[in-house]
Design a protein around this ligand. Structure first.
Ligand code: UD1
Length: 424
């Protein structure tokens, strides 16, 4: 049995560097399928989801090699468009192969990635948009089969700026015949990274960073290398850990420009936050003020991926806060766990009402999904006494080495395997 043991109640202090972005790297890995040759991606985080994507790419014929934080993907020979169920279901991002495989091979068969613990996560917008580009879909049970005789550009206005659907349309459009005009596109920084990557490989994309993208198909894309930006959610996790524990941190290699909504919230809570390009310095000694109302929104609004961690930090505020989740319907699974620690939080539909308490108490906890698991780590660091967090594999999907990073900040945290304390 493996779990995290955390002895809390001590402010975090020190300096930490932020890993490369998971949600930036995964779509780029799928986009490499469009390139008949080698792609080199630097600053990739060494996390479970990246390994899972590498496995999935290998099943269709890519050669994938790792060297520290650099991944080389050789997609010269794609031999299969059938994506096996086991690899597809290992992570949600496998749906991002739809656009690239249709672009490269004109067909794809995959098991539906399915719903997940944070909500239903349908793919109707992806499919609807690709149909407009001359793709036929056959759905049989849990399997998606999609094919086209040639992808064609289209005018597409997304009913919701879905991040995944925007990425799939972009990847389908870059080698389609004609021009695709995508409106109400998602504007998340990960979309910008994908567009810049594809443009470097020879794609013709206009409107990068806006909600209207114009993509004119080209015949082929060329080999390219790219560095992945830092992970705004990991950076945010450490800033919120500082807020919860009343700590003082230097967060290095942080994508501060992408983090304005969180920085605003931290300042509202009473933290002093200073930004110098890619360094964020926080003094959260007095970050106890509650937030009357915060809602998760599409970028540049407050990110859904930081909602659980914010709730954990607000559990110790000196007053009442309300947090509304507007992106996913099942993202409060960590709430009963926080209440087990003494938090006073009630769920009201897609909102939680958080009445701040003076202290939380360490206990046995179960991570049930990635970001909810990170929220439990934050709560445990702020709580009195010892916590044991099970379900470590969820946290490892997105954090390279949370124990290394938190220890560097003076936190008392360890991986425990069986009875032994595994050194890090
Ligand atoms: C979402 C987040 C993204 C985050 C990622 C990983 C938003 C807008 N998106 O991206 O920031 O990094 O999770 O946690 O914050 N939907 C449909 N039909 C579809 C596609 C989506 O109804 O075909 C709905 C989803 O159920 C959800 C919403 O649209 O309610 C957002 O989905 P989408 O942006 O596509 O999700 P991800 O790409 O996973």
């Amino acid at each position: 049995m493996e779990y995290l043991r955390i002895k809390g109640g001590k402010p975090l202090a020190g300096e930490v560097r932020v890993q490369g972005s998971k949600n930036g790297a995964l779509p780029l890995m799928t986009a490499t399928v469009l390139i008949q040759g080698k792609t080199v991606l630097h600053n990739c985080p060494r996390i479970a989801d990246i390994e899972a994507m590498a496995d999935l790419l290998r099943t269709i014929g890519c050669k994938v090699g790792f060297d520290k934080d650099t991944i080389t993907i050789d997609a010269t020979h794609i031999c299969d468009t059938h994506c096996p169920q086991k690899q597809v279901q290992a992570m949600r991002s496998s749906i991002m192969l739809l656009g690239p495989l249709l672009g490269r091979c004109k067909s794809i068969q995959m098991h539906r990635p399915g719903g997940c613990v944070i909500g239903e996560r349908p793919t109707d917008i992806h499919e609807w948009a690709l149909r407009r580009m001359n793709v036929e879909f056959i759905s049989q049970g849990d399997t998606i089969t999609a094919y086209t005789d040639r992808l064609t550009g289209a005018d597409i206005c997304l009913p919701f700026p879905s991040v995944g659907a925007t990425e799939n349309v972009i990847m389908a459009a870059v080698t389609a015949e004609g021009t695709t005009r995508l409106t109400n596109a998602a504007k998340e920084p990960e979309i910008r990274l994908l567009c810049e990557f594809l443009r470097k490989a020879g794609a013709k994309i206009r409107g990068i960073g806006t909600s209207v993208l114009e993509i004119t198909g080209v015949d082929t894309l060329r080999e390219v290398s790219m560095s992945i930006m830092a992970d705004r959610i990991v950076a945010g996790t450490y800033l919120l850990a500082a807020a919860a524990t009343g700590g003082q941190l230097f967060v290095r290699d942080a994508p501060s420009e992408q983090m304005q909504s969180l920085i605003g919230v931290l300042r509202h809570m009473g933290a002093s936050v200073f930004v110098d390009r890619d360094i964020i310095c926080i003094d959260a000694y007095e970050a106890k003020r509650p937030c009357p109302y915060i809602k998760t929104e599409v970028y540049p609004g407050f990110p859904t991926d930081l909602q659980s961690m914010l709730v954990a930090a607000l559990a110790l505020a000196s007053g009442e806060s309300v947090v509304e989740e507007s992106i996913f319907e099942g993202r409060f699974r960590m709430v009963p766990q926080l209440c087990k620690m003494g938090a006073d939080i009630t769920e009201e539909g897609n909102r939680v009402r958080i009445r701040g308490v003076e202290k939380l108490c360490g206990t046995d906890l179960e991570a049930q999904e990635l970001r909810g698991g990170a929220a439990l780590v934050i709560a445990a660091l702020a709580a009195d006494g010892e916590s044991r967090i099970h379900g470590l594999s969820y946290i490892e999907r997105g954090y390279e080495d949370i124990v290394r990073d938190i220890r560097q900040l003076g936190g008392d945290i360890a991986y425990i395997t069986g009875e032994s304390n595994v050194p890090v």
